[in-house]
Design a protein around this ligand. Structure first.
Ligand SMILES: Nc1ncnc2c1ncn2[C@@H]1O[C@H](COP(=O)(O)OP(=O)(O)O)[C@@H](O)[C@H]1O
Ligand SMILES: [Mg+2]
Length: 240
C-alpha cells in the first residue's frame, strides 16, 4: 500500500500541497486530477523520494520514504517506474539504448543480458522492431510506449508513476496507452499513480480518483463517489 499521511510538499519559497491523506491499496491504480500547477507532478516527486515532505509521511509498503538513507533510496527507486511528462527520452540514443541506459550505468550485467532485458520489455510494450530506431523517428504513442518500457528496465516494478502519459496524443492512441497502463498493472500487480487532466483516460485506467484543488485533496473515491459529488469544482471538472 502507498499511504500519504498528512503530507505537505513544496519548494523553498512555497508550499504546493498541504495536509494530503491518500491510500492506494495493493495492485490498484489511482488517478490524480487537478488544474495545471496544482501540484500533481510535485506529488509524484514525493513518492519517488526526490522531494521530502515538510510535514507528514509517505509510506510505501510500510516503509517511510523519508527515513530511507541514500543507499536505501537507490534500491527503492529501482522499484519505482517513473514515466515522465512527454516521455523524456534521449533523442541522441536509440530506443534500445534509452531502455538499457540505466542497466549499463548501474549494473554489471553483460551486454547480452542487457539486450535480452531490452527485448523482453520492447516485446511487452509491442515494439520489438524499433530497437535500433531513434525516438524522433517514432510516433508520439510509440515514444510513450518506449518510456514505459524504460521505466521498468531496472527491475519489475512495485510502483508505477505516470505523469500525463497521454497528453498531446489523439484519442485512439491515448486509449491504447491507457490499455497498456492497465496491462502493466495486471501483469506486475503494481500500485500506480497516474496524473492526467483527461477524464476519459482517467476512467479508463483508474480504480480510484483523487482531485487536487487549492493545495488540497478535495475528494478521493471510486467512480461512483466522484460522479455523485456535489462539490462545485468537481461538478465543473466533470462537465467540461
Ligand atoms: N522545482 C521547483 N521549484 C519551485 N517551484 C516549483 C518547482 N516545480 C514546480 N514548482 C511550482 O509548484 C507548483 C506545482 O507544480 P506542479 O507540481 O508541477 O503542478 P502540476 O503538475 O499539477 O501542473 C507550480 O506553481 C510550480 O510553479
Ligand atoms: Mg505536472
Amino acid at each position: 500500500m502507498i499511504r500519504f499521511e498528512n503530507v505537505s510538499l513544496g519548494y523553498t519559497d512555497r508550499m504546493v500541497i498541504q495536509g494530503v491523506n491518500l491510500e492506494i491499496p495493493e495492485g490498484k491504480t489511482m488517478v490524480i486530477l487537478g488544474d495545471s500547477g496544482s501540484g500533481k507532478s510535485t506529488l509524484l516527486k514525493g513518492v519517488l523520494g526526490i522531494l521530502q515532505p515538510q510535514e507528514g509521511r509517505i509510506e510505501v509498503n510500510g516503509a517511510n520514504v523519508g527515513d530511507l538513507d541514500e543507499d536505501d533510496l537507490l534500491g527503492y527507486r529501482q522499484r519505482i517506474g517513473m514515466v515522465f511528462q512527454e516521455g523524456a527520452l534521449f533523442d541522441s540514443l536509440t530506443v534500445g539504448e534509452n531502455i538499457g541506459f540505466w542497466l549499463w550505468e548501474h549494473t554489471d550485467w553483460s551486454d547480452a543480458q542487457i539486450e535480452e532485458r531490452i527485448r523482453t520489455l520492447l516485446r511487452f510494450v509491442g515494439l520489438e522492431d524499433v530497437i535500433d530506431r531513434r525516438p524522433d523517428e517514432l510516433s508520439g504513442g510509440m515514444r510513450r510506449r518506449v518510456a514505459i518500457a524504460r521505466a521498468m528496465a531496472p527491475q519489475d516494478p512495485l510502483v508505477m508513476l505516470y505523469d500525463e502519459p497521454t497528453t498531446g496524443l489523439d484519442p485512439f492512441t491515448s486509449r491504447s496507452i491507457c490499455d497498456l497502463i492497465r496491462q502493466v498493472q495486471r501483469e506486475f500487480r503494481v500500485m500506480s499513480l497516474v496524473v492526467t487532466h483527461d477524464l476519459h483516460d482517467a476512467f479508463r485506467v483508474g480504480d480510484l480518483f483523487s482531485f487536487i484543488h487549492d493545495s488540497r485533496v478535495i475528494l478521493t473515491g471510486d467512480r461512483t463517489v466522484i460522479e455523485g459529488s456535489d462539490d462545485p469544482f468537481i461538478k465543473t471538472f466533470l462537465s467540461t
